[in-house]
Design a protein around this ligand. Structure first.
Ligand code: CTP
Length: 453
């Protein structure tokens, strides 16, 4: 029998077709992305009704939202001529539009959800159309909020506490990512791109067959490697590469947010203060040998290994203890020869030690045509459960960029090309995919053990 994870990672159309979605838009500059979110939901077959605050109208007009949803939008608690409330069947319905709208909804998405809207939801103050609709959702109808704000606002203890409280009480949050903010600064608080929001929204409302909440790594131990390795030539020189470690930092932060216990092994990179504030203290290594030892030491207690490091493939055959002098190594024509040997293949060692239930994910950095076949070959050769292909020919993808464009290959399914997105958004989707594979494997293991009993 083909063991597929498709039921968990369903195409968005399968989840959204025929669904009724209330899209709440509040006053954050990210509201300019709301028409794109509405269009994506609608393209996937959902019926979308937009409810917006007056502040949201400062950034996107009601007419634009109506065009994107194909339906009248609501921006006031009390009816205005030509609005959805006015088109209700009678005066009672006109006044209680929020009840009817919420009762007919399969889910509500508030994107963006401003800091004030977060606070009011937590405090139970429902004095605008969006909050009123959210407050009227029957128990069991999912509410998903997408907070978006400036970094300093995002870091306010009140905002953090309000979001934590809302999550504890059943609201789902698609958290912001690091990126360019409306203020011109770069930092945490940027709303993810519409594609990423719609995918995560679907992950939340889609019903996996075993009832497990998708997108969670609760109780999992995840080992992540990242950054380059430096292979020393002498006391000051080395062979290395331009990997920044940004992708691994994003993966570690997101894995932790999804509930995992994270071990991060990093090659030489800059410091990532966000990791420290999230309580992730990277284990620092320099060479491929050191990385291999650290990985193998931590392998037994981890369920999932994500080998994101750009491990150098070669190292000098011998390292000179002192700084080499030019005159000592150059021949009469000014040439010098450096003999190299292969570094240990860490993934190959993991493959040898891999136990049932372990999930091992590799990365491939390739260029141009044929890279898909190459990634698939590498997945088989290294006995991986998943490989993430980074096609460096795609603009904005690869080393040093803040964005990435990847295709995810799993043993079970079709290749999943993702659009260009920030490394943080990419981390979310890669980890959700890993969580889906991991959840599917666990339920398979339970089914197998039940069969044996
Ligand atoms: N990797 C590893 N140990 C190494 C080198 C790479 O575990 N010594 C891992 C990387 O972390 C990554 C994957 O293997 O997950 C990349 O595979 P690799 O064969 O190194 O790919 P390339 O170097 O891109 O391939 P090639 O040089 O063979 O084209």
């Amino acid at each position: 029998m083909k063991e597929s994870t498709d039921a968990v990672w369903q195409p968005v159309e399968e989840i959204l077709n025929g669904k009724s979605v209330v899209l709440g838009v509040t006053g954050s500059i990210a509201a300019i992305k709301a028409p794109a979110i509405a269009a994506l939901l609608r393209d996937a077959g959902a019926e979308v009704t937009c409810v917006m605050t007056e502040s949201a109208e400062q950034f996107v007009s009601r007419q634009v939202m109506e065009k994107a949803t194909g339906k009248a939008a609501i921006s006031q608690i009390f009816a205005q001529t030509g609005t959805a409330q006015q088109q209700a069947s009678g005066p009672r319905e006109e006044l209680t539009w929020h009840v009817h709208l919420a009762r007919g909804a399969d889910a509500m998405l508030i994107a963006p959800c401003s800091a004030s809207a977060v606070g009011m939801l937590r405090a139970g103050i429902y004095d605008n159309a969006v909050l009123l609709a959210a407050a009227s959702l029957p128990k069991g109808t999912p509410l998903i909020i997408v907070p978006a704000m400036d970094e300093d606002m995002w870091l306010q203890p009140a905002v953090q506490e309000n979001i934590a409280w809302l999550k504890e009480h059943g609201t789902f949050a698609i958290e912001p990512v690091v990126g360019k903010l409306a203020s011109g600064l770069t930092g945490m608080g940027r709303m993810p791109e519409p594609e990423a929001i719609v995918r995560r929204f679907c992950g939340t409302i889609g019903q996996p067959p075993d009832g497990r909440r998708p997108g969670t790594l609760d109780g999992k131990n995840v080992l992540i490697t990242g950054g380059p390795t430096y292979e020393p030539i002498d006391a000051v020189r080395f062979i290395g590469n331009r990997s920044s470690g940004k992708m691994a930092a994003a993966l570690a932060l997101e894995a932790k947010r999804m509930g995992a216990e994270v071990t991060l092994i990093l090659g030489p990179t800059v410091r990532f203060p966000l990791l420290e504030s999230a309580g992730i203290l990277p284990l620092r290594v320099e060479t491929a040998e050191e990385m291999k030892h650290a990985v193998l030491e931590h392998l037994p207690k981890n369920d999932i290994v994500v080998m994101n490091a750009a491990v150098a493939d070669f190292m000098p055959e011998a390292k000179a203890e002192k700084k080499l002098k030019k005159r000592d190594i150059a021949d009469q024509f000014g040439r010098a020869t450096l003999r190299l040997k292969r570094t240990p293949d860490i993934l190959a060692s993991i493959a040898r030690l891999k136990k049932e239930g372990h999930i091992v994910v590799g990365f491939a950095l390739e260029k141009g045509k044929g890279s898909e076949a190459y990634a698939l070959g590498k997945m088989k050769e290294k006995k991986l459960d998943m490989i993430v292909l980074n096609n460096i020919e795609d603009e904005g993808a690869g080393f040093g960029h803040d964005t990435n464009k990847v295709t995810i290959f799993t043993k079970e399914g079709k290749p999943e090309p993702l659009p260009l997105m920030t490394k943080e958004e990419c981390a979310v989707l890669i980890l959700e995919r890993i969580a889906a594979v991991s959840g599917e494997r666990s339920s398979l293991a339970v089914r197998r053990s039940q069969k044996r009993m």
